[in-house]
Ligand binder design. Structure first.
Ligand SMILES: [Zn+2]
Length: 258
Protein backbone atom coordinates (compact mmCIF):
# COMPACT_ATOMS: atom_id res chain seq x y z
CA UNK A 1 0.00 0.00 0.00
CA UNK A 2 2.74 2.34 1.10
CA UNK A 3 4.70 1.42 -1.96
CA UNK A 4 1.60 2.14 -4.07
CA UNK A 5 1.29 5.61 -2.49
CA UNK A 6 4.99 6.14 -2.96
CA UNK A 7 4.72 5.07 -6.55
CA UNK A 8 1.71 7.30 -6.99
CA UNK A 9 3.65 10.14 -5.34
CA UNK A 10 6.64 9.60 -7.55
CA UNK A 11 4.37 9.38 -10.55
CA UNK A 12 2.55 12.57 -9.45
CA UNK A 13 5.87 14.31 -8.90
CA UNK A 14 7.14 13.19 -12.27
CA UNK A 15 3.94 14.52 -13.88
CA UNK A 16 4.41 17.84 -12.09
CA UNK A 17 8.05 17.85 -13.11
CA UNK A 18 7.07 17.13 -16.69
CA UNK A 19 4.42 19.85 -16.63
CA UNK A 20 6.87 22.21 -15.00
CA UNK A 21 9.52 21.53 -17.59
CA UNK A 22 7.29 21.35 -20.63
CA UNK A 23 4.65 23.92 -19.89
CA UNK A 24 5.34 26.08 -16.87
CA UNK A 25 8.95 26.96 -17.57
CA UNK A 26 8.34 28.01 -21.19
CA UNK A 27 5.24 29.93 -20.02
CA UNK A 28 7.23 31.63 -17.27
CA UNK A 29 10.08 32.35 -19.68
CA UNK A 30 7.66 33.87 -22.22
CA UNK A 31 6.09 35.99 -19.48
CA UNK A 32 9.50 37.31 -18.43
CA UNK A 33 10.40 38.07 -22.05
CA UNK A 34 7.08 39.89 -22.53
CA UNK A 35 7.62 42.00 -19.40
CA UNK A 36 11.22 42.74 -20.39
CA UNK A 37 10.00 43.71 -23.84
CA UNK A 38 7.36 46.09 -22.51
CA UNK A 39 9.74 47.68 -20.02
CA UNK A 40 12.84 48.04 -22.12
CA UNK A 41 11.89 48.19 -25.78
CA UNK A 42 10.38 51.70 -25.67
CA UNK A 43 13.53 52.95 -23.95
CA UNK A 44 15.73 51.33 -26.57
CA UNK A 45 13.54 52.70 -29.33
CA UNK A 46 13.99 56.17 -27.85
CA UNK A 47 17.75 55.69 -27.62
CA UNK A 48 18.04 54.47 -31.19
CA UNK A 49 16.16 57.51 -32.48
CA UNK A 50 18.17 59.99 -30.41
CA UNK A 51 21.62 58.44 -30.22
CA UNK A 52 22.46 57.33 -33.70
CA UNK A 53 25.60 55.23 -33.71
CA UNK A 54 27.14 55.91 -37.06
CA UNK A 55 28.75 52.73 -38.18
CA UNK A 56 28.56 53.69 -41.86
CA UNK A 57 31.20 56.40 -41.62
CA UNK A 58 28.66 59.10 -42.46
CA UNK A 59 29.91 61.83 -40.12
CA UNK A 60 30.07 64.99 -42.18
CA UNK A 61 32.64 67.60 -41.12
CA UNK A 62 31.14 70.54 -39.24
CA UNK A 63 33.89 72.95 -40.19
CA UNK A 64 36.40 73.44 -42.95
CA UNK A 65 39.59 72.85 -40.96
CA UNK A 66 41.67 74.77 -43.49
CA UNK A 67 39.60 77.96 -43.12
CA UNK A 68 39.19 80.44 -40.25
CA UNK A 69 35.82 79.64 -38.67
CA UNK A 70 35.80 82.89 -36.69
CA UNK A 71 32.12 82.99 -35.80
CA UNK A 72 32.08 79.45 -34.45
CA UNK A 73 35.40 79.87 -32.58
CA UNK A 74 34.07 83.04 -30.96
CA UNK A 75 30.97 81.18 -29.80
CA UNK A 76 32.95 78.18 -28.49
CA UNK A 77 35.23 80.44 -26.45
CA UNK A 78 32.28 82.50 -25.17
CA UNK A 79 30.50 79.37 -23.92
CA UNK A 80 33.65 78.29 -22.06
CA UNK A 81 34.19 81.79 -20.63
CA UNK A 82 30.60 82.59 -19.64
CA UNK A 83 28.95 79.24 -19.03
CA UNK A 84 31.57 76.66 -18.05
CA UNK A 85 34.22 78.67 -16.14
CA UNK A 86 31.79 80.24 -13.61
CA UNK A 87 30.41 76.77 -12.80
CA UNK A 88 33.94 75.39 -12.44
CA UNK A 89 35.11 78.26 -10.25
CA UNK A 90 32.38 77.32 -7.77
CA UNK A 91 32.91 73.58 -8.18
CA UNK A 92 36.63 73.48 -7.40
CA UNK A 93 36.04 75.14 -4.03
CA UNK A 94 34.24 72.00 -2.88
CA UNK A 95 36.65 69.49 -4.38
CA UNK A 96 35.35 69.03 -7.91
CA UNK A 97 37.96 68.93 -10.63
CA UNK A 98 38.47 71.52 -13.35
CA UNK A 99 37.11 69.63 -16.35
CA UNK A 100 33.97 71.04 -17.95
CA UNK A 101 31.72 70.58 -20.95
CA UNK A 102 28.80 72.18 -22.75
CA UNK A 103 26.34 71.34 -25.47
CA UNK A 104 25.08 73.94 -27.94
CA UNK A 105 22.74 73.65 -30.91
CA UNK A 106 24.29 73.38 -34.36
CA UNK A 107 21.68 75.64 -35.99
CA UNK A 108 21.73 78.79 -33.82
CA UNK A 109 24.61 77.95 -31.42
CA UNK A 110 22.33 78.52 -28.41
CA UNK A 111 23.31 76.85 -25.15
CA UNK A 112 21.56 73.59 -24.34
CA UNK A 113 23.53 72.46 -21.28
CA UNK A 114 26.76 73.20 -19.42
CA UNK A 115 28.37 71.16 -16.66
CA UNK A 116 31.58 70.35 -14.84
CA UNK A 117 33.16 67.45 -13.01
CA UNK A 118 31.36 66.24 -9.90
CA UNK A 119 33.13 64.32 -7.16
CA UNK A 120 29.98 62.34 -6.22
CA UNK A 121 30.99 59.54 -8.60
CA UNK A 122 34.26 58.55 -10.31
CA UNK A 123 32.26 58.49 -13.54
CA UNK A 124 31.06 62.09 -13.27
CA UNK A 125 33.70 63.68 -15.47
CA UNK A 126 32.57 67.01 -16.91
CA UNK A 127 31.45 65.38 -20.17
CA UNK A 128 29.52 62.52 -18.56
CA UNK A 129 27.93 64.81 -15.97
CA UNK A 130 26.78 67.18 -18.72
CA UNK A 131 25.26 64.30 -20.70
CA UNK A 132 23.57 63.06 -17.51
CA UNK A 133 22.08 66.52 -16.93
CA UNK A 134 20.95 66.70 -20.56
CA UNK A 135 19.03 63.45 -20.22
CA UNK A 136 17.33 64.69 -17.06
CA UNK A 137 15.62 67.39 -19.10
CA UNK A 138 12.36 66.42 -20.74
CA UNK A 139 12.75 68.56 -23.84
CA UNK A 140 16.10 68.27 -25.53
CA UNK A 141 17.45 68.33 -29.06
CA UNK A 142 18.78 65.14 -30.61
CA UNK A 143 22.55 64.72 -30.08
CA UNK A 144 23.25 64.93 -33.81
CA UNK A 145 21.71 68.43 -33.78
CA UNK A 146 24.29 69.54 -31.22
CA UNK A 147 27.91 70.59 -30.85
CA UNK A 148 29.80 69.04 -27.93
CA UNK A 149 32.36 71.33 -26.26
CA UNK A 150 34.94 70.23 -23.71
CA UNK A 151 37.45 72.40 -21.92
CA UNK A 152 40.07 69.63 -21.99
CA UNK A 153 40.73 66.76 -24.34
CA UNK A 154 38.53 63.92 -23.15
CA UNK A 155 39.65 60.71 -21.45
CA UNK A 156 38.94 57.25 -22.89
CA UNK A 157 35.68 56.95 -20.92
CA UNK A 158 34.34 60.31 -22.08
CA UNK A 159 35.37 59.76 -25.71
CA UNK A 160 33.29 56.57 -25.64
CA UNK A 161 30.45 58.20 -23.67
CA UNK A 162 30.15 60.94 -26.29
CA UNK A 163 30.06 58.30 -29.03
CA UNK A 164 27.48 56.18 -27.16
CA UNK A 165 25.32 59.28 -26.69
CA UNK A 166 25.20 59.94 -30.43
CA UNK A 167 27.10 63.25 -30.67
CA UNK A 168 29.01 63.39 -33.95
CA UNK A 169 31.56 66.02 -32.97
CA UNK A 170 33.80 67.17 -30.10
CA UNK A 171 35.45 70.60 -29.84
CA UNK A 172 38.08 70.68 -27.08
CA UNK A 173 40.21 73.58 -25.92
CA UNK A 174 43.30 72.22 -24.13
CA UNK A 175 44.98 69.08 -25.50
CA UNK A 176 46.48 66.40 -23.22
CA UNK A 177 49.85 68.03 -23.85
CA UNK A 178 48.56 71.58 -23.15
CA UNK A 179 47.16 70.86 -19.72
CA UNK A 180 49.78 68.36 -18.56
CA UNK A 181 51.83 71.46 -17.69
CA UNK A 182 49.44 72.58 -14.97
CA UNK A 183 47.29 69.56 -14.23
CA UNK A 184 49.21 66.34 -13.74
CA UNK A 185 47.19 63.25 -14.45
CA UNK A 186 48.80 60.28 -16.14
CA UNK A 187 45.47 58.53 -16.55
CA UNK A 188 44.43 59.86 -19.96
CA UNK A 189 47.31 58.62 -22.08
CA UNK A 190 48.16 55.73 -19.73
CA UNK A 191 44.67 54.21 -19.94
CA UNK A 192 44.56 54.62 -23.71
CA UNK A 193 47.84 52.73 -23.98
CA UNK A 194 47.25 50.08 -21.30
CA UNK A 195 43.68 49.23 -22.28
CA UNK A 196 43.51 50.00 -25.98
CA UNK A 197 47.19 49.93 -27.07
CA UNK A 198 46.87 53.55 -28.25
CA UNK A 199 50.28 55.16 -27.85
CA UNK A 200 50.87 58.80 -26.83
CA UNK A 201 47.15 59.60 -26.72
CA UNK A 202 47.05 59.22 -30.48
CA UNK A 203 43.46 57.98 -30.88
CA UNK A 204 41.51 58.42 -34.13
CA UNK A 205 40.20 61.99 -34.17
CA UNK A 206 38.16 61.29 -37.26
CA UNK A 207 36.17 58.11 -36.97
CA UNK A 208 32.72 56.86 -37.89
CA UNK A 209 31.21 58.11 -34.59
CA UNK A 210 32.56 61.64 -34.27
CA UNK A 211 35.15 64.10 -35.47
CA UNK A 212 37.24 65.76 -32.78
CA UNK A 213 38.54 69.32 -33.26
CA UNK A 214 41.14 71.15 -31.19
CA UNK A 215 39.93 74.75 -30.83
CA UNK A 216 43.50 76.07 -30.68
CA UNK A 217 44.31 74.32 -33.98
CA UNK A 218 41.24 75.98 -35.50
CA UNK A 219 42.38 79.38 -34.16
CA UNK A 220 45.76 78.89 -35.82
CA UNK A 221 44.02 78.77 -39.19
CA UNK A 222 42.97 82.41 -38.65
CA UNK A 223 45.31 85.35 -39.03
CA UNK A 224 45.89 88.97 -38.03
CA UNK A 225 43.87 90.62 -35.24
CA UNK A 226 41.25 87.85 -35.33
CA UNK A 227 43.83 85.22 -34.44
CA UNK A 228 45.54 87.49 -31.89
CA UNK A 229 42.22 88.22 -30.19
CA UNK A 230 41.37 84.52 -29.91
CA UNK A 231 44.82 83.61 -28.59
CA UNK A 232 44.58 86.31 -25.91
CA UNK A 233 41.28 84.84 -24.78
CA UNK A 234 42.85 81.36 -24.67
CA UNK A 235 45.75 82.70 -22.56
CA UNK A 236 43.29 84.26 -20.13
CA UNK A 237 41.39 80.97 -19.94
CA UNK A 238 44.63 79.10 -19.30
CA UNK A 239 45.42 81.47 -16.41
CA UNK A 240 41.95 80.88 -15.00
CA UNK A 241 42.36 77.11 -15.28
CA UNK A 242 45.75 77.25 -13.53
CA UNK A 243 44.10 79.28 -10.74
CA UNK A 244 41.18 76.87 -10.50
CA UNK A 245 43.61 73.93 -10.33
CA UNK A 246 45.31 75.57 -7.34
CA UNK A 247 41.95 76.06 -5.61
CA UNK A 248 41.09 72.42 -6.31
CA UNK A 249 44.43 71.20 -4.92
CA UNK A 250 43.74 73.05 -1.67
CA UNK A 251 40.26 71.54 -1.39
CA UNK A 252 39.61 68.42 0.69
CA UNK A 253 39.63 66.21 -2.42
CA UNK A 254 42.61 67.81 -4.12
CA UNK A 255 45.36 66.17 -2.11
CA UNK A 256 44.11 62.61 -2.67
CA UNK A 257 42.62 62.59 -6.15
CA UNK A 258 44.59 63.54 -9.31
ZN1 LIG B 1 36.62 61.85 -18.86
Amino acid sequence: MIRAYRCAGVHFFSIRKTVRQNLLLPFFFSLVLTIVGFVFLPANAECSSEGKSKSDGSVTPLVDEKACNAELIDRLLTVIEKDIVPLTQEGVKTGNRIFGAAIIRKDDHSLVMAGTHHKDSPLYHGEVYTIKKLYETMKRPAPDECIFITTHESCAMCLAAIAWSGFDNIFYLFSYEDFSGFYKTPYNTEMLEEIFRVKNGNYRKKNSFWTSYNIIDLINKCSGPTKEGFLKRVEKLKTQYVEMTEVYKKSENGSTHP
